[in-house]
Structure formats: structure tokens, C-alpha cells
Design a protein around this ligand. Sequence first.
Ligand code: SF4
Length: 343
Amino acid sequence: MSSTRNAVIVVPIVRHAPRPGPTATRHRPCRSPRGPGRGPGRGPGRGPGHGTVPGVVGAVWQARSVVASQGTPTSATTRSTPDGPRRRRAKPPATPLARTRRARSITAQLTVGYPDAHCELDFTTPLELGVATILSAQCTDVRVNQTTPALFARYRSAADYAGARREELEELIRPTGFYRNKTTSIIGLGQALVERFDGVLPHTLEELVTLPGFGRKTANVVLGNAFGVPGITVDTHLQRLTRRWGLTEAQDPVKIELELNAMLPPREWTMFSHRVIFHGRRVCAARKPACGACFLASSCPSFGDGPTDPAVAAALVTGEERDHLLALVGLDGDGAPVGMVGG
Ligand code: SF4
């Protein structure tokens, strides 16, 4: 992760100056965290991400992909708040093609933001990943990772789980919450694997979802991360963010998964899931998304759902990648613009 943190993103600068002729009327105002009227070409004092460090960090607001995405129409409306204009819930772009373009633009930007995104559950075998994913329901990955070393040392195979003493297993997984239900699922999983699959996790979605404790989300986690079979994991972060981005209006996780499957090529599915989850945990939180320090702001119709002031927003950004994420929008660790000459 250290390489991520220190990475310097070199992106091409695209000036926002309106083009002469009829196209100038289609120029859209800059939607940076600094708000309108502080865009490039306004001289000293403009906010982060406006080309004050030519070709390096901060220029992300003018990266070609971002500028291109600004041309995507959105249906979001605005209302005033003490924090400035705030957008109502984003609606999906009018056409499937526009929605797909936005999804792919966001995917490309997420790849820059989180090049090393990965499954944050610790595991060494598909079975361990399946058990860890069951434990992660209503629990943080950090807590699960604190719990599983002792569990995996005690139970090494499906047969071990099938023959587990209930009280002992409950005690081991108690810190993850809902431990009685989870114990039932894990023992049932071991028994089903022994009885129907020779103790080995199957490799298909259709078979995995027949196992106790395995919904479609868990099955996709195992397929994508243990078997290399592409799949989109629709968890709470992915549901929230794809709705904020106007990629879907669906509430049903299966419908969301199928809609996203149609927008993105299969090779992107697994990493897209990881990167969205990373962004949801580090920047775009449920209650206070860090809009003013978000590298997706130019593509996001929900910009303004959270604080837009860069310093306030930067304080909300978390994780090992924090410096890298803030550098992408031209901010230092305190949320101040980097590379400014004369303040
Ligand atoms: S933090 Fe704000 S701008 Fe960024 S993706 Fe979330 S809602 Fe959109």
C-alpha cells in the first residue's frame, strides 16, 4: 500500500476555456469542491485541482476522462443548504448508453484511485473465504480478521465444521455478532459440503447458492476471489454508491448486479466491486460522504450530499490510501491545496 500512498498521478491538463462558436454555449461550469467561479484561468487563489501544479496532482479535475464525463447529462436537481447547493438523489442517465458510459468512466477513475484494491478478508483457501464471508455479515472485516486465525487453526476442513461442537464454535465466533445463526450456517455448510460435494466448495454460482449461509453475495465473493470467476458483489456499499452515481434505481441486489453486469465487461466485475467497496469505506460514507475531497466529484451527480469544503471533506477521508486519494484532488493531508505558490 505504501507505493499507492506515494504515487504521483500524471494526467493531461485540459483547459476549461470555452471553445469559440456554438460549442461554447455547451460549456458546463466547473463543479470542483471549491465551487463555481474558482476554476482555472482565474489566477492565483484558485482551489485545489485546478492546474496549479501542472501535469501533477490536482489536475485530476481536468483529466480528459473527467472532463469527458462532465458532458454526461444528469437528472439531479438542487436545493440550497448552509453548505451550499445540495443535490437531491441522483437519477440514472436517460439512456442505457449514457449510463454505461458513466459506469465505465467511473470504473476507470476508480482504477486510478484504488489500483491495489482487494478482498479485505484474510483467507488461504476457498473454504476459509466462504466461512469468513459468512462471519462478515453485520460485522466489520477487521473484526472478522481478528476472529478467524483461531477459528481456522481449530477447523481445517469441511468435515471439521460438520462435526463441530456447537458451543465451542459459538464461543470462537461470538465477537462477530449473531453467532448462533452463524454457527448454524457454518455447521450446515460443512455438512452440505461433505454430503454433496466431497468436502470441496463447488465452482459455480448455481451450486454455491444452495449451500447454507451462501447467498448470491457470498457466492460471488468466493467465485471472484478464490476461483477467479468474475462476479459483482452487491453489498451495502455497492448499493449505496451505484445509486448515488445514478447507475441504478433498483433496490433489489440481484437486479443491481444484473444491471451492472450489462454495463461493464466481465473482466472488470470483481475489481469494480472491490474498488467501490474501498471508496465507500474511505471516501463516500453513508452519512457524510467526503464530496469536497472526492476524485469522482466531477462525474458524480450526487456531489454535495456531503461537505463540499475541501478541508472539512478531507478530514472525513480515511484509510492507508488517504494521502494518495487527497493528492488526486490536489490536497495535502490537512486538506490544503498542494503546490500553491504564495498561498
Ligand atoms: S463522496 Fe460525494 S462526490 Fe464522491 S462519490 Fe460520494 S457522493 Fe459522489
